[in-house]
Design a protein around this ligand. Structure first.
Ligand code: HEC
Ligand SMILES: [Cu+2]
Length: 414
């Protein structure tokens, strides 16, 4: 009898402990896509060895020190016999040396942090002068690898300027991500980069504050409207690096994902060749694809741009970001809708099911905010008929070349 009464609280404590351990362990998946402790490429490795590891070592030492002092104090000043209690402990209010010491201690800590910050900032923000040979429209160009990164609710846009290279200064002059100069390539969700080059990123936003984070390639940088912030990434291996917006940006923040796909020089050049072409403009016929183009031109071009079909401005003023993904090479990226859906199944076939779902009920696939008469956030439900959906899917499929099998496989999302 006595025993069971004792063991109940013990079971409680035990189950809480097991629960805590399991929760903590669930954060340790060995194949986690967003692993902060698995740096790849020069920049992330430097960050890891110069900041992440030292911080954990120092924090660990502080933990041990505080723990020891705490246990020593508990042992030394423990009151066992309340009857012996002779009153209040010695009071230290107004004890000038003590008050000075903790004020000065705090200031000293802050000074050290500030000094480290001032010392590290130039390194964090610096970019290397490098150049990659690319051919654009038959012309050889020495390109300083730069990608303009723009956060939108809830997807990322990536812009490449080969001919008129943009710089941090030239964009700051413009001052506003809604008026960027036309780019050679505009894509979304997936950023293609050549391997072993430092890629300079210029990060901004068209609506609210987002944060760009590819944990394997570097730390985070905020995307702030009307500001252009420098950042950089570098991948030494061909492959796919997953990322996630890390600044809460509204309803579908958790579904604002992105990927960096690092390609060999030849693959990167192939990608440039295929994505600098305009989309084909189909002539009148009774094919599904042509009907799809007709629906698209009538219903979708108020927000989406397909170069070769409609002109180069987003006209939809009731879109909060005043922009929507450029679909000229839609089929050339293997994920869509902010990196949460696969354009192709793992076996390489077109993911018709999710594409149809997205067009039929986008708000169910990804919560959005499309109150009539107010500024939209997200892709609205356009009440399309099944026939229109079929035709549109056929049309979207011909916008751009299907990516290589390894990319489709490596970029699969759940
Ligand atoms: C009111 C503006 C608006 C209209 C009209 C609109 N869309 Fe969208 N669309 C968006 C926005 C915004 C997104 C990005 C949504 C997200 O990822 O959260 C989007 C995303 C998409 C995507 C995914 C693109 C990618 O790369 O992630 C496709 C495909 C798409 N829309 C197709 C269409 C089609 C087809 C039509 C016409 C039937 C259409 N849209 C009409 C605003 C619009
Ligand atoms: Cu965001």
């Amino acid at each position: 009898m006595n025993r069971t009464m004792h063991s109940r609280p013990r079971i409680k404590v035990l189950s809480i402990l097991v629960g805590l351990i399991l929760t903590a362990a669930s954060a340790c998946a060995s194949d986690a896509e967003l692993d902060t402790f698995a740096p790849q490429g020069a920049i992330a490795e430097e960050l890891h060895s110069r900041a992440v590891v030292p911080v954990f070592v120092i924090a660990g030492l502080v933990l041990i020190f505080i723990g020891i002092v705490l246990f020593w104090l508990i042992k030394k000043y423990r009151v066992n016999e309340y009857e012996d209690d002779t009153g209040w402990p010695a009071q230290t209010h107004g004890h000038t040396p003590l008050e000075w010491s903790w004020t000065a201690g705090f200031f000293f800590t802050m000074l050290v942090v500030a000094a480290l910050m001032i010392w590290a900032t130039p390194t964090i923000n610096s970019t290397k002068a490098n150049a990659a040979d690319v051919v654009v429209d038959g012309v050889s160009i020495l390109w300083e690898p730069t990608v303009v990164v723009i956060g939108n609710q809830w997807w990322w846009e990536f812009r490449y300027y080969f001919n008129d290279q943009v710089t941090l200064e030239s964009l700051r002059e413009i001052g506003d991500a809604k008026n960027l100069p036309p780019a050679d390539i505009v894509t979304s969700g997936q950023m293609m980069i050549p391997i072993s080059e430092e890629i300079e990123l210029i990060i901004t936003s068209r609506d609210v504050i987002h944060s760009f984070w590819i944990p394997a390639l570097n730390g985070k940088r905020d995307a702030v409207p009307n500001r252009f912030s420098p950042w950089k990434i570098e991948a030494s291996e061909r492959g796919v690096y997953f990322g996630q917006c890390t600044e809460f940006c509204g309803l579908s923040h958790s579904r604002m994902q992105m990927q960096v796909v690092a390609l060999s020089d030849e693959e990167f050049q192939d990608w440039i060749n295929s994505t600098t072409q305009d989309a084909p403009k189909l002539v009148a016929s009774d094919t599904t694809v042509f009907r799809g183009q007709e629906v698209f031109a009538g219903t979708c071009t108020s927000c989406h741009l397909v170069e070769g079909l409609n002109d180069s401005t987003y006209e939809r003023a009731d879109q909060a970001s005043e922009a929507a993904p450029n679909l000229t090479h839609f089929a050339n990226r293997s994920t869509f809708a902010g990196g949460i859906l696969n354009t192709y199944n793992a076996d390489g076939s077109f993911n018709r099911r999710d594409m149809e779902r997205w067009l039929r009920t986008p708000e169910e696939v990804k919560a959005n905010y499309t109150v009539p008469g107010e500024q939209y956030r997200g892709m609205p439900n356009l009440n399309l008929s099944e026939q229109q959906i079929d035709d549109l899917v056929e049309y979207l499929r011909i916008l751009g070349e299907q990516p290589a099998d390894w990319i489709i496989e490596a970029t699969q999302v759940e």
